[in-house]
Design a protein around this ligand. Structure first.
Ligand SMILES: Cc1cc2nc3c(=O)[nH]c(=O)nc-3n(C[C@H](O)[C@H](O)[C@H](O)COP(=O)(O)OP(=O)(O)OC[C@H]3O[C@@H](n4cnc5c(N)ncnc54)[C@H](O)[C@@H]3O)c2cc1C
Length: 373
C-alpha cells in the first residue's frame, strides 16, 4: 500500500516516446515515483529504431534543426549533445544548403539516457502494456487521484493509481481512454475534431548512393511524396549500404493503407525506378516498411488543451505548434518543450502542496525549465 506522502508524488506516464521519457526523466530526478506505461515492446514511439548493419537507425527519418532549442538543450542535459553531427545538405527547390543534425549512433543514445534517468531514480518502464482507461480515484483521505487501467499482451489486467497522469499518445487515443474523466464537453469536442493523417515510410538500404540531394520532393502521382537520402548527409556509418527513406502521407481510407508491405514496396520501387532508371531490385540490400496511424495532425487547436482536468496532462504532438505556420508540421522540439513545461508544472504543484518538505533530488530548477517554452 502506497504511503500518502508517496501517493502525492506519484505519476503515471502513458507512452515511452520522446515526450513521455522526457517527462519521466525530469520527474524521477525530482523525486517523483514514476511509472511509464508503453503498449509497444520497445521505447521511442515515432523515434523507434532498429539495427541496420552495425548501427541503430530510426524506422522513420528523423533529423535535428539548429533552431531545436529545447531538444538540443535536453541532449546537453543528458550528456549526448556532443554526439550530434551537423551536415550541410542539398534540398530540391532550395538554392542554399540547409544544416541538419543527427546523433552519431542514432537517437537511441538520447532515448537510452532518458530511460536510464528514470530507472536510476527508482522509476519503472512497463512495456507491452496498453492503457485502456483512465478514471478518477478518491483516496481514503479525500484527496483525488487517477486510476490507470492497463491490459498486458497476455490479457492480464492491472491498475496503477497515481496523483498525476501524463498522456503522450495521439489526441484520438486520449479520447478513447478518457471517457470516465470529468472533462468539459467543449474540450472533448475540440480534441475529437483533431484529425490525423497516416503515414507509410519505406526504409531502404541500397548498394550505392543514387543522388546528392538530401531531400527531394517526389513528382505528383508517385505513391510517396518525398525522398530523404540519409546517407548522403551522414557518411561513414556502418549501415552496410546507403540509407534512403521514401515517405508518404495518406488517409486510412486509401486503398494503399491496407495493401500488404510487399505490394506497397513494389509500387514504391517502380516509382523510384522512374526517377532513377539505372536502379535494379538487386541494388536493394534490405528494406523495412512502417505504417504510422497517427503521423501528423491536420490542424492546430486554437486553445490550450494540454491540462483538461486537475493533475492530468496531455503531452501530445498534435497539441503543439511549430513556428508561425498554420499547417501542422512534424517536429520533436515543441513536444519536448511541452514535456518540460508539464514536468515543471507538476514539480511546482507538488512543492506548493508541501512547502515544508524539500523535494529536490538533483532535478531541474523550475525556472530553468520554462525558458524553452
Ligand atoms: C515520418 C515522420 C518523420 C518525422 N521526422 C521528424 C524530424 O525529422 N524532426 C523532428 O523534429 N520531428 C520529426 N517527426 C516528429 C516526431 O517523431 C514527433 O514529434 C515525436 O517523436 C513525438 O514524440 P511523442 O513522445 O510525443 O509521441 P510518440 O513518439 O507518438 O509516443 C507516444 C507513445 O505512446 C504510446 N501509446 C499510445 N497510446 C498508448 C496506450 N493506450 N497505452 C500505452 N501506450 C500508448 C505509443 O505506443 C508511443 O510509444 C517525424 C514524425 C514522423 C511521423
Amino acid at each position: 500500500m502506497m504511503e500518502e506522502k508517496d501517493f502525492n508524488k506519484s505519476v503515471c506516464i502513458i507512452g515511452s516516446g520522446l515526450s513521455g521519457l522526457t517527462c519521466g526523466m525530469y520527474l524521477a530526478r525530482a523525486g517523483f515515483n514514476v511509472s511509464v506505461v508503453e503498449e509497444l515492446t520497445s521505447p521511442g514511439g515515432l523515434l523507434s529504431y532498429t539495427r541496420i548493419g552495425r548501427e541503430y537507425l530510426e524506422l522513420l527519418p528523423h533529423h535535428i534543426r539548429k533552431s531545436d532549442k529545447a531538444l538540443i538543450s535536453l541532449s546537453k542535459e543528458m550528456g549526448v549533445e556532443d554526439n550530434i553531427v551537423w551536415a550541410a545538405t542539398k534540398w530540391s527547390g532550395l538554392a542554399s544548403s540547409r544544416s541538419v543534425g543527427y546523433f552519431n549512433g542514432g537517437f537511441s543514445c538520447l532515448i537510452s539516457s532518458l530511460m536510464q534517468g528514470i530507472t536510476d531514480n527508482g522509476g519503472n518502464i512497463l512495456f507491452s502494456t496498453t492503457v485502456a482507461e483512465i478514471s478518477t480515484l478518491a483516496t481514503a483521505d479525500g484527496s483525488s487521484g487517477y486510476r490507470t487501467s492497463c491490459i498486458l499482451t497476455n490479457s492480464t489486467r492491472y491498475v496503477l493509481d497515481s496523483k498525476y497522469v501524463i498522456f503522450t499518445g495521439s489526441c484520438r487515443t486520449f479520447i478513447n481512454v478518457s471517457h470516465g474523466l470529468p472533462i468539459p464537453m467543449d474540450f472533448r469536442d475540440t480534441v475529437m475534431n483533431i484529425t490525423y493523417k497516416a503515414g507509410i515510410t519505406a526504409l531502404m538500404v541500397l548498394k550505392q548512393q543514387k543522388s546528392v540531394m538530401f531531400y527531394q520532393k517526389a513528382p505528383a502521382g508517385m505513391p510517396f511524396d518525398s525522398i530523404i537520402n540519409h546517407s548522403v548527409a551522414f557518411t561513414g556509418r556502418d549501415y552496410g549500404g546507403s540509407v534512403i527513406y521514401l515517405k508518404s502521407q495518406c488517409s486510412i481510407t486509401d486503398s494503399i493503407w491496407i495493401d500488404s508491405d510487399a505490394s506497397i514496396m513494389d509500387k514504391y520501387f517502380a516509382a523510384f525506378r522512374k526517377l532513377y532508371p539505372s536502379v535494379r531490385k538487386s541494388d536493394i540490400k534490405s528494406w523495412r516498411l512502417t505504417k504510422t496511424r497517427y503521423a501528423l495532425s491536420t490542424e492546430y487547436p486554437q486553445v490550450d488543451l494540454t491540462n483538461p482536468c486537475e493533475n492530468l496532462y496531455v503531452c501530445s504532438a498534435g497539441l503543439t505548434r511549430y513556428g508561425v505556420t498554420d499547417t501542422p508540421k512534424n517536429h520533436m522540439d515543441p513536444v519536448v518543450a511541452l514535456a518540460i513545461k508539464i514536468s515543471s508544472d507538476i514539480i511546482a504543484r507538488a512543492e506548493a502542496g508541501n512547502e515544508s518538505e524539500s523535494h529536490s533530488n538533483g532535478g531541474p530548477e523550475v525556472t530553468n525549465l520554462t525558458e524553452y517554452i
